[in-house]
Design a protein around this ligand. Structure first.
Ligand code: HEM
Length: 207
């Protein structure tokens, strides 16, 4: 009887999602959510990790040369996004990609001689992105506002706002609480035509 009980408990353990070691070597996102604690959402995969703490989502890549944070200014209905990368070239984030880079709303920028430049693009192909204003002449303009930007000690940091409720074919739904694919990349110099030297992606929950 005791032996039967032991076999039964062992089988339950194997079938349960939390079975020890089950997630260990998987390269897909590991998602967890805990209610009532400070961390409300966590996602981890081979390119980095994302955590929501105090209504702020923070992604850090594994190599330690990129970080993105996203939070909301609820009164003004804005997303506030900070992008920080170890480069004197461009830094970029993308939301909602389907395959490789395709279908992502991309925000890409750099700081040159102390002045920021920020562009709103959309990925029309697996490895191709174009300015939204070129793809849709009626798309809302001046959607991005730079709040802070600097290039210092080999790092480029750009903080900007984007209205939450943007409407149009090339804007993604960035409302709080939504699950969305996120990607980032870093360029070696300020040329937006040149490919990234670092990139990554993860599925996140907007804070
Ligand atoms: C500047 C122009 C860009 C070029 C020419 C370019 C080119 C490419 C190419 C050729 C690939 C295929 C895989 C590889 O060779 O690494 C790729 C993959 C990728 N790119 Fe870009 N890219 C550009 C911009 C961006 C931007 C701005 C982002 C993010 C905001 C991005 C994110 C990614 C990601 C996440 C992948 C990997 C997709 C996968 O492996 O599934 N790229 N890119």
């Amino acid at each position: 009887m005791r032996a039967l009980f032991l076999i039964f408990t062992f089988c339950l353990g194997i079938l349960s999602p939390g079975f020890a070691g089950q997630e260990k070597d998987r390269e897909v996102s590991v998602l967890s959510e805990s209610v009532g604690t400070v961390v409300t959402f966590k996602a981890k995969n081979k390119t980095g990790q994302y955590i929501i703490e105090n209504k702020k989502g923070v992604y850090k890549n594994k190599s330690g040369d990129f970080q993105m944070s996203i939070q909301y200014d609820e009164k003004k209905d804005l997303c506030i996004i900070e992008v920080k990368g170890k480069t004197e070239g461009w830094v970029a984030v993308g939301f909602g990609q389907t395959k490789m880079m395709k279908d992502a709303e991309i925000i890409i920028g750099y700081v040159k001689e102390g002045k920021p430049a920020l562009f709103h693009h959309y990925a029309t192909g697996w490895v191709k992105h174009e300015p939204i204003e070129k793809l849709d002449k009626n798309a809302q303009k001046d959607t991005l506002k730079v709040i802070k930007a600097e290039e210092k000690d080999g790092w480029t940091t750009i903080t900007f706002s984007r209205p939450v409720g943007l409407k149009g074919d090339y804007f993604k739904d960035l409302r709080s609480g939504k699950m969305i694919n996120f990607m980032y990349s870093l360029g070696k110099d300020d040329s937006l035509m040149k490919k990234h030297f670092r990139r990554g992606e993860i599925k996140i929950k907007l804070p």
